[in-house]
Design a protein around this ligand. Structure first.
Ligand code: NDP
Length: 409
């Protein structure tokens, strides 16, 4: 059973200003979200005590970050990076560990808040481990909700965990949603920049390079989410994410292309009021909103000069050039098995595109093929536990590799 927006932020106490430093763990500390978080921590050292930082294999970067913020513990998921981590931490007094189990243990260490910013399905188990402790989770890893939304929210509710959305659009909606008023909402709007190919013809999109696709016009982000933004699969995932955070009907979750990325999300109420959150495209704003919630903290994010901006424009997404949105919506209606499979297939297809194995338009086509084949094979039974999700994820990855091989073969 979903409990709605009330469940994301009212079940736990949340961090309070004026109290001892917030004990913070950052999963995915070497990434784009992790780096923005640690930038805010470094600017407000007195407000935070860093419990643990994790990464995959960038041991030296992780060690540098851990030393800079005085973390207690640092973990790499890749055991092969352990020695490098230990060497880089030598003499610092920071303990080190390695392996997926060690990442889960780091996530479950007592902390007031866990920033869940691992990329991909790898973030699922550590984030669930943190939720099971009933802590406050600032959730960037949208794959948790895309792959296992019902399971994740059930664990969070069961443990009275507080979920704060980091994703800028969901954070925007969270900021303007009057809690307890979800039944007064007509629709939620998530904005999309439209990515680097917003105005490109379908024909031209066929030949775009990974370099061009990685060049996001407004946001600086990790590789996968940048490509997902270019295909708009990311916005599809965000609709799925929103359906778990703010349970409304699929027709009440709208995407609007807004090239300036200034309005991040909007809530349309039944009385005609349309409430929006605006801000410069800088992830430090939504991250700071989570770090300081329910209060506010200062950030160096650029302030909007609306007179200089002069024009904010909006347009409907083009379903022909950006089929990923439709595919994601169909998966959302089909259920969690389909959304988990979609995420896995997309992860494989994005990797293949970055490796120049397939073309840009093949990313969404591969994902759709995988969903069709899994549905036909009866592989989309709803998952009852995380192992089921991981099973679906594995099948989808295999199917995606087959589909890619068939495409290039
Ligand atoms: P990045 O690719 O920049 O960083 C990913 C982080 O996850 C790195 O610390 C990486 O470690 C770690 N990691 C990768 N694989 C594993 C693994 N198998 N086990 C443990 N850790 C791993 O990603 P982003 O920061 O861009 O995105 C993180 C999440 O936040 C994603 O789910 C994304 O969708 C979401 N998000 C991101 C936004 C953004 O602006 N970037 C906005 C909204 C949501 P290492 O460096 O060692 O590889």
């Amino acid at each position: 059973m979903k409990t709605g927006a009330d469940s994301i932020a009212t079940t736990g106490a949340g961090p309070q200003a004026g109290l001892p430093p917030l004990r913070l763990t950052v999963l995915g500390a070497t990434g784009s979200i992790g780096g923005s978080t640690l930038d805010l921590v470094a600017r407000n050292r007195e407000r935070f005590h860093v419990v643990a930082l994790t990464a995959n294999d960038r041991a030296e970067d992780l060690a540098r970050a851990a030393i800079a913020v005085g973390a207690e513990h640092a973990v790499v998921a890749d055991p092969a990076a352990y020695q490098r981590l230990k060497d880089a931490l030598a003499g610092s007094g920071i303990t080190a560990a390695a392996g997926p189990q060690a990442v889960r243990e780091a996530a479950a260490r007592p902390a007031d808040m866990v920033i869940a910013a691992i990329v991909g399905a790898a973030g699922l188990e550590p984030t669930i481990a943190a939720a099971a402790r009933g802590t406050t989770i600032a959730l960037a890893n949208k794959e948790c909700l895309v792959c296992a939304g019902d399971l994740f929210m059930a664990v969070a509710r069961g443990a009275c965990a507080t979920i704060l959305p980091v994703d800028s659009e969901h954070n925007a909606v969270f900021q303007v949603l009057e809690r307890g008023n979800l039944d007064q909402v007509e629709k939620l709007t998530l904005t999309a920049s439209g990515g680097p190919f917003r105005t490109l013809s379908l024909e031209a999109m066929r030949g775009v390079t990974p370099e061009a696709a990685l060049r996001h016009p407004n946001w600086s982000m990790g590789a996968r989410i940048s490509i997902d933004s270019a295909t708009m699969m990311n916005k599809g995932f965000e609709i799925i994410e929103a359906s778990h955070l703010f349970p409304l009907g699929p027709e009440q979750l709208e995407v609007l292309v807004h090239p300036q990325s200034v309005v991040h999300g909007m809530v349309q109420y039944r009385d005609g009021s349309l409430l929006a959150q605006l801000g410069a495209p800088d992830m430090r704003t939504p991250i700071a909103h989570c770090l300081a919630w329910p209060r506010r903290m200062a950030t160096p994010a650029q302030r909007l000069d609306l007179a200089a901006l002069a024009t904010l424009s909006f347009e409907a997404p083009d379903p022909l050039r950006f089929p990923a949105l439709r595919i994601a919506r169909e998966a959302m209606v089909a259920g969690t098995a389909a959304t988990a499979a979609l995420n896995a297939a997309d992860e494989i297809a994005v990797r293949a595109f970055l490796d120049r194995g397939i073309g840009f338009l093949d990313i969404a086509a591969t994902a759709e093929t995988v969903l069709e084949r899994m549905a036909a094979a009866g592989d989309l039974a709803e998952p009852g536990c995380v192992d089921d999700v991981l099973g679906i994820d594995g099948i989808a990855r295999g199917r995606a590799l087959e589909a890619i091989a068939a495409r290039v073969g």
